[in-house]
Design a binder for this molecule. Structure first.
Ligand code: MLT
Length: 409
């Protein structure tokens, strides 16, 4: 008899964003005349930058000629892209990386979801709460948790509540944990971590022989010069942290797919017997076995995001979305909402008024303003009572959404 992985049955609801799409589609079907504006999932709406498109076309043309055609590429990524990453994303910020520490991939959702499988099932996981659901759900699927309790927490996971009182940036826990997921700038709250705050995490991880999984998918949206873009800006972090970066939101790659993970040579985990094991070769072994790399045209297109023109065009995309963030933040404030984020991040975290729960407020905004948001509760128990608005819409839609929400007040 074939048995199923029963860990999947511990997952309480469908994955958050398909669940939202399902509700929106059902509402649209009943109300076909309504024009819905989507500020829910963080999906970009502007086309790829011209420099990226040009390189993409050129690389596709290479695939059409026997002389320049490429078959399987290196699983870890082409050297031309790895060198561009090292030079632009790290060396310019004073961080040195080796080529074999960068692993090009098809997305940070996949990377942050897959990475847990190289760590033992007995590890204790800590997540900030609210949190990007992939970190929790993939650990549930792997069997690293018990069932969900009545508060919406999975047994065995240490939840670190992010609240206005701690500026959505919790301190390391008192108890020892093994694997810590941090995302800064934060999805969903839009909060950032200072050098000092990240320093305390690095110190904690070193003291507890823990590893930090640092999701920096939104680093390009940082506007405050004092905020670190990479955890490796913190001394000693290479010994305790893996960093994830994505081109999805920065260069408009949500549909094109390219990202990378940095797994430093200095990073170690341990066998049950306490023997030190380098993590980099284990991730390399995993990737070369289960992943055949990102397509050549996509890697060439990504490389072009680092050209002089590419950088300017990427900056223009980021600025466009951050102007949306400003419009959403200031409009919502004017309407009397209590609003967080949206300054160093493309997400605005809004307190639902009068203690209304997130899904009720989500439904109200959908039905009364025809605006899609993301209910905070979908990101974890501490997200209850909040909504997330994404700044990735087109400006005219953002303005109209604000106009509609303003009229509800
Ligand atoms: C989000 O809206 O939180 C993101 O778009 C989800 C993702 O990047 O996978």
């Amino acid at each position: 008899m074939i048995t199923i992985n029963e860990n999947f049955m511990k997952l309480k609801a469908g994955y958050l964003f398909p669940e939202i799409s399902r509700r929106v589609a059902a509402y649209q079907k009943e109300n076909p005349q309504v024009r819905i504006i989507r500020l829910g999932i963080g999906d970009v709406t502007l086309p790829l930058p011209a420099a990226v498109i040009e390189a993409f076309h050129k690389a596709v043309a290479e695939m059409a000629e026997a002389k320049t055609f490429k078959g399987y590429g290196p699983e870890q990524g082409y050297d031309f892209l790895i060198q561009a990453v090292i030079e632009n994303d790290f060396r310019l910020r004073g961080v040195e990386l080796k080529a074999n520490e960068v692993f090009i991939s098809d997305g940070s959702k996949c990377d942050t979801g897959n990475i847990q499988e190289i760590f033992g099932l007995e590890n204790t996981i800590a997540v900030t709460d609210p949190v990007y659901p992939v970190y929790v759900d993939t650990n549930v699927m792997a069997g690293r948790t018990g069932p969900q309790n009545s508060q919406g927490c999975y047994e065995g996971i240490v939840y670190l509540p992010c609240t206005p009182a701690n500026q959505f940036t919790p301190e390391p826990p008192r108890e020892p944990v093994d694997l810590i997921y941090l995302c800064y700038p934060n999805n969903p709250t839009g909060a950032v971590a200072t050098k000092e705050a990240l320093g305390r995490w690095v110190e904690y991880a070193r003291a507890n022989k823990a590893i930090i999984l640092f999701d920096a998918a939104y680093e390009a949206f940082i506007t405050d010069a004092a905020i670190p873009h990479s955890i490796y800006e913190i001394p000693g972090a290479k010994e305790v942290a893996i960093e994830f970066r994505s081109y999805s939101k920065t260069a408009g790659f949500t549909g094109t797919r390219c990202a990378y993970a940095v797994v430093p040579q200095e990073l170690h985990a341990y066998t049950r017997a306490g023997e030190k094991v380098a993590v980099n070769p284990i991730w390399h072994r995993r990737q070369t076995t289960k992943f055949n790399g990102v397509s050549y045209p996509v890697q060439r297109a990504t490389e072009a995001a680092y050209s002089a023109a590419g950088k300017r065009q990427v900056r223009a995309l980021v600025d466009y979305y951050m102007e949306n963030a400003r419009i959403i933040r200031t409009s919502m404030e004017q309407f009397g909402y209590c609003v967080y984020g949206g300054v160093n991040a493309p997400y605005i975290w809004v307190k639902t008024p009068n203690g209304t729960n997130s899904w009720e407020y989500f439904d109200m905004l959908l039905k009364e303003a025809h605006v899609v948001s993301t209910p905070g509760a979908g990101f974890g128990p501490a997200g209850e009572g909040f909504l997330r608005l994404s700044a990735f819409g087109q400006k005219e839609n953002v303005l109209e959404a604000m106009d509609r929400i303003g009229k509800l007040a």
